[in-house]
Design a protein around this ligand. Structure first.
Ligand code: ATP
Length: 234
C-alpha cells in the first residue's frame, strides 16, 4: 500500500521553483528521509503532502485520497511536527493535548488514555500540569511530538525535529522516532545525513526542488564520491 504518492508536482513562489515536476512514493510503514540544503524544497514538500499548501500542478495522494479533494480525510491521517511548533503558551501540557484531541474528534474516553500514554512515551508525565511557557526547548519539542500523535495518525511528519536541541534531547527525539518503526509511516526532513542514516529506510536527496538521488542509506553512502552527495553533506 502506498502511504504517499506525489506525481509531477510543481510549486512556484513568484519566480522561485520550490518544487519542479516532483515525483515521490512512500510505502506504508516506511521511514522516509528527506535531506537537502536550505531552500531545497523539503518544507514545501511536506506542506503539500499535509494539504497546507496547494500544488500548482501534479497529483498528491495520501492513502489513495486526493489531498486537494479530500482534505479532511487527509488531516486525520497525518500528524505533523512543524519546524517551529506553535504551542499555546498559557495552556498546561495536559490542556494542550486535550484541546488538540478534541479538535481532531478523538473519542472522549479514548482521549484520556491517549494523553496518559503519550505523556509516558515522551517522558513528560510529571509535567502534565505545568504551563507550556515554563518548559525548556527540549520539553516543548517532546510536547509537540505528543501533540502530533494525539489523533493516532497513520503518517507522522517531522520537519527538522532535532534542529537547535542539545545532544541529549536530540537523542531522545531520535530514539522516539525509531520507536515508531513498524507502527507508523514516517517522513523525516533533516539537515543531518547521520540522522537520516540512523533512522531511515530510504532517503531522498533534494536540491532546487528536485530529487537528486533516492535510495537506502547504504546505497547513498556507496555513492559518497558523487560531488552532489558531498555537496549536500556539507
Ligand atoms: P530549509 O532547510 O531552509 O528549511 P527547505 O528545503 O525546507 O529549506 P523550502 O522552505 O521548501 O526549503 O523552500 C523552497 C524554496 O521556496 C526556497 O527558495 C524558499 O525561499 C521558497 N519559499 C518557500 N516558502 C515560501 C513562501 N511562502 N513564499 C515565498 N517563497 C517561499
Amino acid at each position: 500500500m502506498k502511504a504517499v504518492e506525489l506525481k509531477g508536482v510543481s510549486k512556484k513562489f513568484g519566480e522561485i521553483n520550490a518544487l519542479n515536476n516532483f515525483t515521490l512514493e512512500i510505502e506504508e510503514g516506511e521511514i522516509m528521509g528527506i535531506i537537502g540544503p536550505n531552500g531545497a524544497g523539503k518544507t514545501t514538500t511536506i506542506r503539500i503532502i499535509s494539504g497546507i499548501l496547494r500544488p500548482d500542478d501534479g497529483e498528491v495522494r495520501v492513502y489513495g485520497y486526493d489531498v486537494t479533494k479530500n482534505p479532511l480525510e487527509v488531516k486525520k491521517l497525518i500528524g505533523y511536527l512543524p519546524e517551529e511548533p506553535n504551542l499555546y503558551e498559557r495552556f498546561t501540557v495536559y490542556e494542550l493535548l486535550k484541546y488538540f484531541g478534541e479538535l481532531y474528534d478523538v473519542d472522549k474516553k479514548k482521549l484520556e488514555m491517549r494523553i496518559k500514554k503519550l505523556l509516558k512515551l515522551v517522558n513528560m508525565e510529571d509535567r502534565a500540569n505545568h504551563r507550556i511557557n515554563t518548559l525548556s526547548k527540549g520539553m516543548r519539542q517532546r510536547v509537540a511530538v505528543a501533540r502530533a500523535l494525539i489523533h493516532d495518525p497513520k503518517i507522522v511528519i517531522f520537519d527538522e525535529p532535532t534542529m537547535g536541541l542539545d545532544p541529549g534531547t536530540a537523542l531522545t527525539i531520535r530514539k522516539f522516532i525509531a520507536k515508531l518503526r513498524g507502527k507508523k509511516t514516517v517522513i523525516l526532513c533533516t539537515h543531518y545525513m547521520e540522522e537520516a542514516e540512523m533512522l531511515c529506510d530510504r532517503v531522498a536527496i533534494l536540491n532546487k526542488g528536485k530529487i537528486l538521488d533516492i535510495g537506502t542509506p547504504e546505497e547513498l553512502k556507496s555513492k559518497i564520491h558523487s560531488p552532489i552527495v558531498l555537496q549536500v553533506k556539507l
